[in-house]
Write a protein of this length. Structure first.
Length: 463
């Protein structure tokens, strides 16, 4: 199985080498000679240097400014000179100069890219010279020839890269996504630089070619910044996704610990999370706030794991002392979450989710706008789900009664805008959503608590 791809690659490389030799013979038979050999040699050296400091786009694809001296040779001296400069650029390839594996010289790579660059240089030179013959003005002709040459050069580079990757069995789609943007950037970037250099060479002095290194290095730097920005953006996206998954997994572990202890509230945190997210969305808040509301809804009651045994499960009414102990759960939750760096803001929201608009809530007696917005959202979602769920001391209320209770507590216990947003959601929702029995509520509970006690699976439908 391994020999077939090797034979295919060897045949492909052999065909490229033959095509390059054939191109050279055709050019010489057509009368194209090598003008200004010293200048062409200098451009070849510049191309090799440009290749030496090329930018690695992927593990197998690099981009360099070696195309610039090749393009300049195509405009000034024609296809044979451009082909020679293009091929000579591979002399600066780091793998050829200092291979990472000395016992495995990159002969196939060198033969492949030397041949493709020779062919590409010849095609670029033919396109540039044909354009010069069409445009009447000298400077306009140089600009047009450079532009057409750059397009032809980059199109051939992309075509050869895709073909080579296909022969080697790599991903054509990934390669195309990497190299195609270069085709868009190349023409407007190369054309002004090369056209100016060509004009100065013709009208001022051949010595102006020493100025090539400055704009050439600038172009190389632009490519480097472009690739670095893409890579940083990709790395940041991966890091954010990983952090988000870690946050949710941590929250799920905390919830499973709580719900395994209190079977009567199992599934409550999932419902509050979903309700809070939906309220935030209905209020037109941004995605970051919606995600925060969801996560805070998941962990809002985590402080209950620090309450005395039997308090959560007590079937009757709480005494005054027990009620004070119960109210400690929001401060306990803050202390638990404050130990996680990424949860510092969340811990503050959890601390204040039992504050009231009139300042009569706990633990700090905050009022109105002093209460974090997400805390006000969770307060409504928490109260509603608690009212519509069974508890050891009472049965669940009908959703219409719970909605009425929310409306009656506007401007005293709850934020008016939050209640209005939630009422708009509930008014158009079905009863399964109103009672947290819809499929997404149950699926969340099952996936989150699957490692908790097995009886929680049946309780989730009730809660």
């Amino acid at each position: 199985m391994g020999a077939h791809p090797q034979r295919r690659t060897a045949a492909y490389v052999g065909a490229l080498v033959l095509a390059a030799f054939g191109t050279a013979i055709v050019l010489m038979l057509a009368g194209y000679g090598l003008e200004a050999p010293i200048t062409v040699a200098a451009l070849a050296a510049a191309a090799a240097v440009g290749e030496r400091i090329g930018i690695r786009l992927t593990k197998t694809i690099e981009q360099s400014i070696s195309v610039l001296p090749m393009l300049l040779a195509a405009v000034l001296f024609g296809p044979l000179a451009a082909a020679i400069v293009g091929a000579a650029s591979m002399l600066g390839d780091p793998e050829l100069v200092a291979p990472r594996d000395p016992e495995r010289a990159p002969r196939l790579k060198w033969a492949t890219y030397t041949s493709t660059r020779f062919i590409g240089g010849a095609a670029t030179g033919l396109a540039a010279q044909a354009t010069l013959g069409i445009v009447p003005t000298e400077f306009g002709g140089l600009i047009a020839a450079t532009l057409i040459g750059a397009v032809v050069s980059e199109m051939l580079q992309v075509a050869f890269a895709l073909t080579t990757m296909a022969v080697r069995g790599g991903s054509i789609r990934d390669t195309a996504k990497t190299v195609t943007p270069l085709l868009v950037l190349a023409a407007p970037l190369y054309a002004p630089i090369v056209a100016l250099l060509a004009f100065m060479y013709v009208e001022v002095s051949p010595w102006t070619l020493v100025l090539f290194l400055v704009p050439g290095m600038v172009a190389q730097r632009l490519f480097g910044l472009y690739q670095q920005e893409r890579q940083l953006a990709a790395d940041l996206s991966v890091a954010n996704e990983t952090l988000e998954r870690a946050n949710l997994q941590f929250a799920a572990a905390l919830i499973a610990t709580l719900d395994a202890r209190d079977q009567y509230t199992a599934g409550h945190s999932a419902a509050v999370a979903i309700y809070s997210r939906d309220i935030a969305e209905r209020m037109g808040l941004g995605e970051e706030i919606r995600d925060q509301a969801y996560l805070c809804g998941l962990v809002h009651d985590i402080g209950k794991i620090g309450l005395p045994p039997g308090l959560l499960e007590k079937p009757g009414a709480l005494t005054l002392d027990e009620r004070r102990q119960m109210q400690e759960h929001s401060a306990i939750g803050e202390r638990i979450l404050a130990h996680v760096d990424e949860y510092s803001e969340i811990s503050t929201i959890v601390r204040h989710h039992h504050e009231r608009i009139d300042g009569q809530g706990y633990p700090d007696g905050l009022a109105d706008e002093d209460i974090p917005l997400v805390s006000r959202i969770i307060a409504v979602a928490d109260a509603y789900n608690a009212m519509t769920s069974n508890r050891p001391y009472r049965d669940a209320m009908p959703s219409r009664v719970a909605r009425l209770r929310l409306a009656q507590a506007v401007d005293s216990q709850f934020d008016t805008s939050v209640v209005a947003a939630f009422e708009a959601i509930l008014a158009s929702a079905d009863e399964n959503y109103r009672l947290a029995k819809r499929a997404d509520f149950r699926e969340f509970a099952q996936s989150t608590y699957e490692e908790s006690e097995s009886e929680l699976d049946s309780v989730a439908d009730v809660a």
